[in-house]
Design a protein around this ligand. Structure first.
Ligand code: FMN
Length: 230
């Protein structure tokens, strides 16, 4: 399988979330061979979509001549688009959002009703492309936190995406937290194996990955102790 990891963290390779994503890919590789490419959004020159809509009519091209052409080619030649990003203001970070906006040429302006909502008719063949998001965040709670980003991702990618959310993700970049992060990454690896073998991940496993590694009040106390020291 050709896997494209789109790393939306402005911290690039130093992303907390990428610890989870790398463990997931390791698990996938334990089950089968895969070709994996990584695009770090923050390293790419991608102008903002200006909303001219030229790209949505008759395969028109974008007015911008930047790295987005190469990114679209990479997406279209992949079997799995794995978007890895930290939760920023209940959504995705700006460099990633710029890229997502610029995927507009994949759709035409024509609209069709699917179920109880409208979506644009595609003008590129994305039929073999599966999508997944892995999202880390700084708070210990998943509820009242990840929902907007998850809803946005599912609406963008037609509801059949796999979604993994992970609270307390700064712990993955702190070696003194190994006692809780190493076992959590092992569960993530297991999820990767399962996904490669069956195309899905058990809801119970996703729930476990989405639960706090340490109790929320303890996590908040550790964060607050650090703040009060400064
Ligand atoms: C601008 C900004 C907005 C953030 N918004 C949220 C948020 O809405 N909810 C949350 O739990 N964490 C939030 N965080 C914390 C990050 O999600 C957290 O630090 C994460 O571990 C960073 O992951 P990364 O290293 O992969 O970039 C925010 C951080 C920044 C810098």
């Amino acid at each position: 399988m050709k896997i494209l990891i789109l790393n939306g963290s402005p911290k690039g390779e130093n992303s907390d979330t990428m610890h989870i994503t790398r463990a997931f890919i390791e698990g996938m590789k334990e089950a089968a061979e895969h070709e994996v490419r990584i695009i770090n959004a923050v390293e790419k020159h991608v102008e903002y979509c200006t909303g001219c809509f030229v790209c949505m009519f008759n395969g028109g091209s974008c007015m911008h001549d930047d790295d987005m052409k190469e990114i679209l080619d990479e997406i279209l030649s992949s079997d799995l688009l794995l978007v890895s990003f930290p939760l920023y203001c209940y959504g995705m970070p700006a460099p990633l959002k710029a890229i997502i906006d610029r995927t507009l040429p994949l759709s035409s302006m024509a609209m069709q009703k699917v179920g109880d909502r409208y979506e644009h008719v595609g003008q590129a063949d994305v039929s073999r492309l599966r999508t997944m998001m892995i999202c880390g965040c700084g708070f210990p709670n998943s509820k009242h936190n990840f929902e907007p980003a998850v809803d946005q991702f599912r609406l963008l990618f037609h509801g059949d995406s796999t979604v993994m959310t992970v609270p307390e993700s700064p712990l993955f970049s702190v070696s003194s937290a190994d006692v809780v992060t190493v076992p959590r990454l092992e569960i993530v690896r297991k999820a990767g194996r399962q996904f490669a073998e069956s195309g899905t991940i058990d809801a119970a496993l996703l729930n476990e990955i989405g639960s706090p590694m340490i109790p929320d009040e303890q996590y908040a106390a550790i964060v607050n102790a650090g703040v009060n020291k400064e």
